[in-house]
Design a protein around this ligand. Sequence first.
Ligand code: 5GP
Ligand code: ZN
Length: 134
Amino acid sequence: MSCIFCKIVKGELPSYKVYEDENVLAFLDIAPVNQGHILVIPKKHYANLEEISNDDLCCLIKAVKKIGKALKQGLGIAGYNLQLNNDPAAGQVVPHIHFHVIPRKKGDGLKLWPQGEYREREAEKIAEKIKNGL
Ligand code: 5GP
Ligand code: ZN
């Protein structure tokens, strides 16, 4: 298995771990968007949100919540962004599902995505298509 996050789980690659339990590991991102940027991963390898079991997803999101609290209390930050790049088309580079927890402070200059608008009746059609995919 050549997955770098699996190697981090196994201790074959170094990382600055901040939290670990039976199912989940959280460690510093090597190239932080802001200081304290954390990656939270399941110990078991799943590529994306469609693959991960509901049980492991519950453990993962609970750990994300714990890390958010630790960032607020430990680093004194006011808030954070969660990001999950699901699949390469969405910018996922490491094919082992992970939440980014990105500390934010006022005026840090980080700009989130630009927003657009729907043309007439377009929103309705898009909403219908999505509902058909449920
Ligand atoms: P993705 O684009 O897949 O959502 O994000 C992958 C993240 O993993 C990137 O933010 C990148 O900086 C981080 N990363 C890649 N390789 C390593 C590594 O070896 N160690 C750590 N700690 N982070 C890594
Ligand atoms: Zn993996």
